[in-house]
Design a protein around this ligand. Structure first.
Ligand code: BES
Ligand code: MN
Ligand code: ZN
Length: 499
């Protein structure tokens, strides 16, 4: 899909040759004497349309308007979320019209960064179609979006547009891998997807470790999860180098359970298919790297993906089994369905070797997080207030929200075990928090944050499908970090002091 940004007032927009022209109308709109303004002012005066959020007025073949379909979309105060809601409603109504070229213009004196992002990301999201396992599905018809801005965009608005386009390509890669069924998104295939990212960009390199190499590293916890499956595990190491080698990287760690049956602690059958989405953390790492390749920010990022399938089998781990993690800590696996933390803990230990300035893991970790926060905000845990703040603000600016959750040590009580250094589950209360407390035991060597995306990574029901979240949040976070003074490694800091 192609995105274009043009300077268009309503008079110019009327001449734009598109299949549909959506006019975003905020309260107190000032109108001219063009064909679009003419219709709009009459509709407003007659009370057949208002700028209230959610109001739509479609028109067809209006004299003086080049687009066949003209839709007025009320966007209230013109906030990003009002624009998103209005556009979604308008696009839903236009569905089935096989639009190839769409124009969206803002009937306001100027456009904010947030509104520009909202238009690009919403149109992409609303027109996305997954076809990999449904080749006869009608693919996305939309080929191009022209975003008309009332005045020449300043540098920030232009940048917001470019970012949004890159975020869309990252979100769509994350959706693609998230939506694939388990048999089309195995650990091996995820490894190949990562390698493809590296061959497409000179700034990205990729290494995919096999079971033998993972065994050598001593990742006993990760291996334990994979041992019940015929699909061999993969440990994926992606590197984006946009700054000097001496600069400490930010490490992203993705949970890549390509299917989660629960293992011997088998899940109930209803909706188990949705556990194909249990690699959405991994998919968000892939998507973020795709956006990095497009935007080329000046920072270093490492992406780690622990990919495995969680199956019940004669060889599978059993409740009560004790395994030794790469950190040396032993873990009593009381519930084989709490497998995400078992693969992530070894990836977190592996992250230490990069002497990172921060580590952020992303995981569809707990059903409890869905109960706590629903599908609106991802759960955010962090041992660093600065890191938590940076991620929360990135969520706000990217319209991909998170909410900070607590990490009080009292929550770790239930993880005590008589047979190992820790157990992999506590009781049901505070299940998302106790999962984070488990991970924290392996994240002591760096500032760390954990995003529980169990509620936000995909939608259930009729619109079942991956959301591509939290790629927008992660991209904004990384770009904000790149804009800060470069964080030096300890070694480089020492060398600098000596000089
Ligand atoms: N992948 C699931 C978490 C999940 C469940 C995400 C439902 C979205 C919807 C995870 O591996 C899991 O099974 N967690 C268990 C943990 C429990 C056994 C402590 C859960 O949430 O039930
Ligand atoms: Mn599970
Ligand atoms: Zn899982």
């Amino acid at each position: 899909m192609n995105f274009e940004c043009q300077v268009l007032d309503l008079a110019a927009a009327a001449k734009l040759k598109t299949d549909a022209l959506l006019v975003l109308v905020p309260e107190g709109v000032k109108l001219g004497s063009d064909a679009v303004s003419f219709v709009l002012s009459h509709a407003l005066k007659a009370g057949d349309f208002s700028a209230k959020p959610g109001r739509l007025l479609p028109a067809y073949r209006v004299a003086g308007v080049a687009a066949d379909r003209l839709v007025f979309v009320g966007v209230g105060e013109g906030l990003a979320r009002q624009v998103r809601a209005g556009l979604r409603a308008a696009l839903a109504q236009l569905q089935g019209n096989h639009l190839k070229k769409l124009g969206v213009v803002l009937a306001a004196p100027s456009a904010s960064e947030a509104v520009v992002r909202s238009v690009v990301q919403t149109v992409a999201d609303a027109t996305y179609v997954f076809t990999t396992s449904k080749p006869k599905a009608e693919a996305r018809s939309l080929k191009s979006l022209v975003l008309g801005l009332p005045e020449a965009p300043d540098a920030l608005v232009r940048q917001a547009f470019e970012r949004a386009v890159a975020v869309v390509s990252g979100v769509e890669l994350a959706k693609e891998w998230g939506n694939r069924p388990g048999n089309m998104a195995t650990p091996t295939l995820l490894g190949q997807a990562a390698q493809a990212l590296a061959s497409d960009s000179s700034k990205i390199s990729c290494e995919v470790l096999t079971p033998r190499e993972v065994a050598k590293l001593g990742m006993g916890s990760f291996m334990a999860v994979a041992q019940g499956s015929h699909e061999p595990l993969r440990f994926i190491v992606l590197k984006y180098q946009g700054a000097a080698k001496s600069e400490a990287p930010i490490v992203l760690v993705g949970k890549g359970i390509t299917f989660d049956t629960g293992g011997i602690s088998l899940k109930p059958g209803a909706e188990m298919d949705e556990m194909k989405f249990d690699m959405c953390g991994a998919a968000s790492v892939l998507g973020t790297f795709r956006a990095l390749a497009d935007l080329q920010p000046k920072l270093n990022v490492v992406g780690l993906i622990a990919a495995a399938e969680n199956m019940p089998d004669g060889k599978a781990i059993k409740p009560g089994d004790v395994v030794t993690s790469m950190s040396g800590q032993t873990i009593e696996i009381l519930n084989t369905d709490a497998e995400g933390r078992l693969v992530l803990c070894d990836a977190l230990t592996y992250a230490e070797r990069f002497k990172p300035r921060a580590v952020v893991d992303i995981a569809t970790l707990t059903g409890a997080c869905v109960i706590a926060l629903g599908a609106v905000r991802s759960g955010l845990y962090s041992t660093s207030d600065a890191l938590a703040q940076a991620l929360l603000s990135a969520g706000e600016s990217a319209q991909d929200l998170a909410w900070r959750m607590p990490l009080d040590d009292d929550y770790a009580e239930g993880l005590k075990s008589n047979f190992a250094d820790l157990a992999n589950v506590a009781g049901r209360p505070g299940g998302s928090i106790t999962a984070a407390k488990f991970l924290q035991r392996f994240a002591t060597a760096f500032p760390w944050a954990h995003l529980d995306i169990a509620g936000t990574a995909w939608k259930s029901g009729a619109a079942k499908g991956a959301s591509g979240r939290p790629v927008p949040l992660l991209v904004d976070y990384l770009l904000a970090e790149a804009a800060l003074a470069p964080a030096k490694t300890k070694k480089a800091q020492k060398a600098q002091k000596k000089a």
